[in-house]
Write a protein that binds this ligand. Structure first.
Ligand code: NAI
Length: 789
């Protein structure tokens, strides 16, 4: 065809990328691969096949990792750990830098292999996936150098087990491996069973750059192998990306084990278009949001919410643009939408769409024919869906967009947040004031304003709610691979013991019957029962109510209702906290006397305990307006504001020891940063919490911000941990309680921080206060804002 003819019909011809080098690489390995363990290749008996989803042809077979393979990999990682950690930041940085360089040197081989294995268009693997992989290793080479300076109170964790999905095989590897290695951990990685080729090539790169044996181990296999990695007793931390169902299973599998966990799970991210948006840009953004990588993207903008006044026009433009999308082979440089990763995934998409249409959704697909063979699905728009329908709620993970309309900004926010997920969101409006106002109210870890699906290693990524917890990338991502020294110093026995006394001092009048404290009011317990409170001398000194499930539910409801506290400025919250200190000071004798009664401390010791609490209140009051977010500048036309956001409603189980310091150290940081709290105080020292009611009342702490329920801890902990409206939970109790909290928390994926039966010295500033407590009180939301484009 002549150039003139081509101009006449304007039809795209093929522009194939050569697969020759990738084919040679596969053939050189006889298309059969084993595990990479301790720097050596290890054959396996059972084999899994991987196919090219575009052609359906077999690409290679892999060993399927057995328990013995996983054991060998974990042992290799364990053996390599001390030297890797001891090598120091500069040595680790040089390796990460060498890996980044090697990825760049072999970038085309990586890109073609990825596209052949996964079905994604070569344009995307070549221009997005692989450059971002290199970027992650460069970025984290920097953190290897800077770890000791920037995280002086932290250490590496040890052996990390990582399980990754098939949608961005090498990129997900980079997101996990780079930070883990940078800060001194060693790794056992299990790639997805249908896309392991680039992980194998990556292992070869590790060999080539001379990475010490055992620092990176790759065990191939499917879900069973993944479960063996996650559950291995010598793995200290698990990092997982994939479906919410599997993330939840892992959360339950390792509950109580003491392993650290980060989960990056599914999403159903809203794409909100206001009538004042630049519509053509919003349509183009939508193409990226939902049809990038065939919609197999955890943060895909898969729920279009468009303002009613522009809906018809917006749908028409979207359909027109969809008609131009080229569905085709992954190696054609013109392809916009490649193949779905597997037949199974294709069938899943088809059956979800069928269900959506049966539920009343109106389906639209462009007319262009799909390639004759291979796992293809056309770009699809489904309008007229209900907010509660299957398609509005379920992650489809394919090129399928569902659309709904809204009238007001408030309705847009309500619809956007009407999901169990919270990974990402997009807001389109030319009114930056409105766009940021909306962004702040969206329940999501990432919000793209007038943009979609942009990523950078310097900007953390991760979700809230059932989209998981933990962040990847950015300074915050490092914490997932570090452990505070204060946690390592925790002890099996309490630092402070009750001092037995011969008799209860008569300095304190205690014949009172406190109630519970819910919604700013003293409330009788639902059970109608009370239990004795003993002094250190063993005398009964009061009775405390036995709270139950119903009281916890009431307290959670009160906390949920007190959202005004979260939207207050730090300065306003600081004033309340200072006032609290003032009122406590005023009553210091009462508090000190009660402390002596309950703990057996001398008057002088109790006085010092009150002083410590006053210091802590001042400390957290000071931080309310200083523990702030940062602004990232990942490229010259984009900012990302990393905001620290309170979780919302937190369940707090105070430690059994350190009557005053224990109570205040866990209560203050969450409320200082805007959370509302349901507190289960120490059983032994519950009377001290009850003593607080009047101080809270007189200090302008709004009702519902602090709710206190005394009673049998096991029952109260269980109810709080299983409560669907509690966003995060801290539990300083036994290892059994930790296991129960972590397991029950899996239902709504609440964030947890548990002590596994270990004790802190609550009086010390290293263990009883500081940045760790603040960090566990917030999540980071990144709001991307383009400018000058
Ligand atoms: P999956 O969650 O089953 O697979 C992800 C990874 O987890 C793979 O490496 C797999 O071998 C491993 N795995 C599976 N079961 C495991 C277990 N019990 N313990 C440890 N590891 C285990 O995802 P799948 O089945 O491939 O896709 C199903 C759906 O999951 C998709 O349709 C999509 O909705 C969602 N998904 C979400 C992803 C995300 O990035 N958020 C990525 C992949 C899938």
């Amino acid at each position: 065809m002549s150039v003139k003819d081509a101009y006449k019909d304007m039809v795209y011809g093929l522009a194939p990328e050569s697969d020759a080098e990738a084919v040679t690489w596969l053939d050189e390995h006889k298309r059969k691969f084993g595990h990479f363990v301790g720097g050596k290749w290890r054959a396996g008996r059972k084999q899994i096949e991987t196919v090219n989803p575009v052609t359906g042809e077999r690409l290679a077979t892999f060993a399927e990792g057995s328990a013995a393979d996983v054991n060998a990999a974990v042992s290799a990682a364990r053996a390599a750990y001390p030297a890797w950690e001891a090598a120091g930041g500069h040595a680790r940085a040089k390796y990460l830098y060498a890996i980044a360089r090697s990825v760049q040197k072999h970038s085309r081989l990586f890109a073609t292999l990825e596209s052949m294995d996964n079905g994604k268009p070569i344009r995307e693997s070549r221009d997005i996936d692989i450059p971002l992989v290199a970027r992650h290793f460069y970025y984290h080479a920097g953190w290897a150098t800077l770890r000791d300076e920037h995280y002086p109170d932290y250490e590496s964790i040890g052996v990390v087990g990582q399980v990754i999905p098939w949608n961005f095989p090498l990129l997900m590897l980079a997101w996990k491996v780079a930070p883990a290695l940078a800060v001194g951990n060693t790794v056992v990685l299990k790639p997805a069973e249908n896309t392991s080729l680039t992980a194998i090539l990556f292992a070869e790169i590790c060999e080539q750059v001379g990475l010490p044996a055992g620092v990176v181990n790759v065990v191939l296999g499917a879900g069973e192998t993944g479960a063996l990695v996650a559950g291995h007793k010598d793995v200290d931390k698990v990092a997982f990306t994939g479906s919410t169902a599997v993330g939840r299973a892992i959360r339950q599998q390792i509950a109580g084990s003491g392993k650290k966990l980060s989960l990056e799970l599914g999403g159903k991210s809203p794409y909100i278009v206001f009538e004042d948006a630049d519509i053509d840009s919003a349509v183009e953004g939508l193409i990226d949001a939902i049809w990038f990588n065939q919609g197999q993207v955890c943060c895909a903008g898969s729920r279009l919410l468009v303002q009613e006044s522009i809906a018809a026009k917006f749908y028409a433009k979207t359909r027109r643009r969809m008609s131009k999308l080229l569905v085709g082979g992954s190696m054609d440089k013109n392809t916009d939408i490649g193949a779905i990763v597997s037949r199974d995934q294709l069938n899943r998409i088809k059956s979800l769409v069928k269900k959506g249409v049966e539920e009343g959704g109106e389906l639209w697909q462009p007319e262009a024919a799909l390639p004759a063979k291979g796992a293809f699905y056309p770009p699809t728009l489904i309008t007229g869906v209900e907010p509660s329908s299957t398609l509005s709620q379920e992650e489809i993970f394919g090129p399928v967009l569902v659309a709904m309309e809204f009238r007001t900004p408030a309705e847009a926010i309500a619809l956007a947040n009407n999901t169990r997920y919270g990974l990402a969101a997009n807001v389109w409006s030319e009114n930056i004031n409105e766009a940021l106002h909306i962004a702040a109210q969206l329940k999501a870890g990432t919000v793209w304003v007038n943009s979609a699906n942009t990523f950078d290693a310097s900007v953390g990524f991760g979700g809230v709610r059932e989209s998981g917890f933990g962040r990847e990338g950015g300074p915050e991502g490092l914490y997932e691979y570090l452990v505070p020294r204060s946690e390592k110093a925790a002890s099996d026995t309490p630092f402070e013991q009750v001092r037995a006394r011969a008799s209860t001092p008569r300095t304190h009048s205690i014949d009172r019957t406190p109630k519970l404290y819910i919604g700013g009011k003293q409330a009788r317990p639902d059970s109608g029962y009370s239990e004795d409170v003993m002094s250190a001398a063993g005398d009964v000194v009061a009775e405390l109510p036995k709270g139950n499930r119903k009281d916890i539910r009431n307290a959670v409801e009160a906390a949920r209702g007190a959202s005004g506290w979260t939207s207050m400025t730090g300065h306003q919250r600081a004033q309340v906290l200072y006032y609290l200190a003032e009122n406590l000071e005023y009553r210091r004798e009462e508090f000190a006397a009660l402390n002596s009664v309950l703990t057996g401390s001398t008057a002088r010791q109790s006085d010092a305990s009150v002083d410590l609490v006053l210091q802590r209140i001042f400390y957290y009051a000071a931080l309310t307006d200083k523990y702030e977010g940062v602004v990232h500048a990942p490229d010259k036309n984009r900012l990302s504001i990393a905001m620290k956001e309170a979780h919302g409603v937190m369940g707090i189980v105070a430690p059994e020891e350190s009557c005053l310091a224990g109570l205040f150290s866990v209560l203050l940081p969450p409320i200082a940063l805007g959370n509302r709290v349901v507190l289960v105080p120490s059983h032994r020292f519950g009377l001290m919490a009850a003593q607080l009611y009047q101080v809270l009342e007189t200090s302008d702490v709004p009702g519902g911000v602090v709710n206190i329920v005394t009673g049998p801890r096991a029952e109260l902990i269980k109810t709080l941990a299983g409560h669907a409206d509690v966003d995060a939970m801290w539990c300083f109790d036994s290892s059994d309680a930790a296991a129960e909290v972590e397991s029950l928390a899996a239902a709504n994926m609440k964030r947890t921080w548990v002590s596994y039966g270990k004790h802190r010295d609550w009086r010390s500033n290293e263990q009883g206060a500081g940045e760790v407590f603040l960090r566990h009180s917030v999540d980071i939301k990144n709001i991307w804002i383009p400018y000058g484009v």
